[in-house]
Design a protein. Sequence first.
Lengths: 406, 527
Amino acid sequence: MSSVSTTTSEPPDGAGSPISTITNALRANLQTYALIVATLVIWLYFSSQTNGNFLSPQNFSNLFRQMVITGFLSVGMVLVIVTGNIDLSVGKLAGFVSVVVAAVQANYLTQMFPEQGILIAVLSVLVGLGIGMLYGVIQGYIIAYMGVTSFIVTLGSMWLLNGLILLVTEGRTIPANQSDFSQIAQGYLPEAVGWIIAVVVIVWLFYSMFRSRSRKRRYNFELPPLALDVAKTAVFSFLMLAYVYMVNQYKGIQAPVLILGLVAIGVSYLSSNTRFGRYAYAIGGNRQAAKFSGVNIRRNIFLIFTSMGLLSGVSGVTLASYVGYGTISAGQGYELDAIAACILGGTSTLGGTGTVLGAMVGSLIMVSLTNGLQMTNTPAAWQYVLKGLVLVIAVYADVRIKRSNT
Amino acid sequence: MAIGTNDNILEFRNVTKRFAGVTALSDVSFEIQRGEIHGLCGENGAGKSTLMKILAGVYPAGTYEGTVLYDGRELKLENSSIRQAADEGIAIVYQELTLVPSMTVGENIYLGKEPVEHGVINWDKLYADTKQLLEQYNLDISAQATLGDLGVGKMQMTEIAKAISENARVLILDEPTSALTEAEVDKLMEILETLKAHGVTCIYITHKLEEFFHITDTITVLRDGKVITSQPTEDLDREMLVNHMVGREMKERFPQGNHKAGKVVLEVDDLHAVDPRTEREVVRGVSFELREGEILGIAGLMGSGRTELVTTIFGEYGKITRGAVRLDGKPIVVKNSKQAMEYGISLVPEDRKTHGLVLIQSVLKNISLPNLGRFSSMFSINNDAELKESMSYAHSLSIKAPNLHVPVESLSGGNQQKVVISKWLMSEPHILILDDPTRGIDVGAKYEIYKLMNELAAQGIAIIMISSELEEVMGMSDRIMVMHEGRAAGIIDAADATQEKIMALATGTVVKEKPVIPAEPAKAIGK
């Protein structure tokens, strides 16, 4: 009989040699790095076509502000798609939230609490988030516990919410321009606060890098070379500083971008460092295996749609604050932008893979394209054609890269 | 019995096939005569499937050494050329069905070669041809029936009809009867005789030895990738066949265990359970007790309800309609796998790819998936502790992987199985259920898994092992429960067990000289 000879083989290990560590790290994040490079290429291209106006401080600042509303939707959509589901209702839900917030503000809050701007803004936000989350709870219950597929439920929701938007607005545009409320999407932080945030983030980046190294050392794991870790952290620190420098040239850090950043970091952490997140990836990778491993699939999917509802609420509040009114076309087509951003960012429609960071970069690419094409006076028809082509070509390139890697 | 010519349709000459580190076929040479039924015999992992995959083009010319002569000339199939093999007239009926359940019988048979006129499928011709084909072989199947509505037996017949419709000259049947009732097996034998009369050569693979003597003209025995013998069936008897197959004492294949059965930990009392979807009763009265430190083997044919039984105990399949499960004397109701784990019950499922692993995820994430609770608080997972503990299991089971971050799909079958076992060992079960744990893995990995089972039993863990291989179940178990049509047909001590006793219980027959007896029409097949 063939003897047992496995003991002579290389012991399985958490990490390999320093060089393989670097190449592994590069390969694992290849997609994200490629996307960041693609973003920079797009920026440089449009900048050269607009005599540098594309990367002027004002446009740079606007670019990020423009990605915020669908950005919130993309953050939630990543997890939805990772579990092998889809949510077509998020655009209309955000739209519905925005008109309800506008209606409540215009018809009730401003009359009930005249001169109390902050209170009106806070109540508006709470109403918006509450409605979004409640809708997510209902939708999640139907999908997870009643077993109707998410495609159908959310497609139905899309029409249903469109009807509700018409009912609330009665075809009119409702103002939502209370000044404190407007600060949510239109506010800027003072220059000094911007720098303080940059310093805090950089200190935190280095602190967590060293903490991670000391923990690894405690477990006797092989450490990646210090220089590599420092270089990586330094690159992120530089990006942070560059960003703050740019936006401070205009009006300062944009309030909604800060909120989106915090939400994205939070969800990103949730997705990789908690059971909830890990289970989502396992469900998307192999539902049966997850079930046999004791994962409560229904609860997980319910929670994911609930959080998607909440994030749609955030998006809707931001939308109302951003445009300053609620209107019948609010949120039209945002769900497709959010889905496209996820897919550009490497989320597989088959489920099981995808990152929040990727979706954020995907969002930024989509916004950069739209913004750049507008600035170069490309006719609207061609803007659509080009965006469509970019999506398909990007995914095709991704498929090719993956195939050549295996 | 053999046709009296030297006219060979297939000749294997010095065929050797190596995989990374494992020689699956070693210098294989033998002939298959035109128009005969040729039995191919050997244990799991002996090389039968590898050999057939060469014929099917799964392993194309150039990936193996030696030559295969087909009808006098060299068979040179190219990469991914299953189509090409079919064009050559070589058709394979696999053990796992390759049909589309939502399509009709006719659509399935003509899938990919539908009769087309002006770009439109001629449905009348398709169904007329199907009907004619089915009648020709006396198959009682409606051409327009939806495949999924048929029993496994008729599906298998459809699969064969599909192969014949390709004008197959060589038909390979890979364990076609493992899921069939005896009546269906008889029917299959009839079809094979008809095919033979039509001049079709059959290569027949089965683990039921009686069928070789019932139907084949010649038998070739493979063991560890080598041809042990290839001779007319009439020159062989059962005992010789088993000796050729096993070729060594059982003691060598299975490490000696030192099991001391302790107190009873699990009692299953007259358990009945139904499939929650179809309401069909799949477990129909099973009672047994399991002691700590012992290995209870469960034998039975596919569809005997053995997998259904253990997944029901694990809380992931059947709805219990009658009977009870008691853990340490207290009745328990297990509603899902999470609860089962809380009770200290773990299950290594039958099909590692569908139920055991998230193939696209890393080895690490697979091992830790059911055990994340121990590494996490509400809002964080301690990634370092997770890696540390997963590594210690990967080490102790000698999982061969470059590191734990590679996707589990990149590992070999044996190593994938070790990952499944690791993840369940980490949950520190008191009762470990292994459903066919050595299926489709190489001999070395099997031996390691056997050793591990003995170690676990020595630590006092109670083990249930389902196995499709009689030798395995006899070699590893302390007691053997044999299942037949959802019932426990009997429990025997391993010391008294013989293959005949087990097979008789598994097939519901009385041991006689000629064991193929039409049983009562049975329906309890399939999952």
